[in-house]
Design a protein around this ligand. Sequence first.
Ligand SMILES: Nc1ncnc2c1ncn2[C@@H]1O[C@H](COP(=O)(O)OP(=O)(O)OP(=O)(O)O)[C@@H](O)[C@H]1O
Ligand SMILES: [Mg+2]
Length: 320
Amino acid sequence: MSAEGLSFLDEEKPRIVMFCGKGGVGKTTSASATALHFARGGLRTLLISSDPTPSLSDILEVDVRGEITPIEAAPGLDAVELDFDTVVEMWKEKFGKEVYEVISSFLPVDEEIIEYVANAPGIDQEFALSYIYDLYAGGGYDVIVWDTAPAGGTLSLINLQDKFYRHLGDAARLYVRVRNALEALTRGRAKRDPLQIIAEWEKLSKSVLEMLKDKGTKAFLVTIPEALGVNQTQRVARELARYGINVSGVIVNYVLTPEAAASEFNRSRREMQSKYIAALERQYGDEMHVVQMSLLPFEVKGIEALDAVEKLLFPNRSSD
Ligand SMILES: Nc1ncnc2c1ncn2[C@@H]1O[C@H](COP(=O)(O)OP(=O)(O)OP(=O)(O)O)[C@@H](O)[C@H]1O
Ligand SMILES: [Mg+2]
């Protein structure tokens, strides 16, 4: 195990740190403690959750639903749980008119088409990525810590973005092919060249994917020291790599310390865990950080509890 924990992040100065993994492994706990650490180091930090059933408000003990909220107990830290209804509303405001312009340039539709597109399945998650991109590109934060939705959700989100990007290319080609016929049908209806709008969407979509692939974006796989966790980690690591996302480390959570393993029950659990920690070390130790996070004797809730987690993850933090 690296005795350094996540301290190497202080040197690397990432722009986005994302925590991925299956349900209940400690993503929100790790993300919150990491964000707290960055804010204490003087970075303008945003902690953001794209989990449809988020728990940032619970762990921070501040209501951060839907709106970016400063966390008083941690100066420099803002947090938000994405509210997907709000995200869809923002999207409609930003892109709704353009969608209408493009589609109405070749089909006899009215503005209801905006609702229709905005309500398509998965589209809220899709907009969440462009929301994060705006915050990233806006430059208001030094670092964004992203508490992602449990494994499958986040991957399908990235997959969707990838597909969307490809489809936009197809849409533009198709449009060019049928353009003349359409122009005859819809003479004078389009205010702007739809091709130009499609090209702008394509650019945005590409930027979102580039943000995810950027060297400044670091993903962590949070897992548990059990067979289930090890297998899941392999799958998620492969998928993230497929999209070109840098996986910086694996956080193995709920590890029983030798002290905790005094009873026969815990001793035998620790033995079981050791086998899987060793397996994760073997598999990932050469190419990335494998960081252990001990099981704490209390629930992680409130800034004080997060402080203890920060200590675990950043053992050589300067504030001590
Ligand atoms: N090292 C730890 N020691 C003790 N309790 C922990 C530890 N890590 C996490 N917990 C507790 O485990 C529970 C799950 O953690 P957390 O909410 O961070 O997981 P998650 O991966 O975000 O879950 P979800 O997928 O549901 O969002 C929480 O109640 C948290 O307080
Ligand atoms: Mg969570």
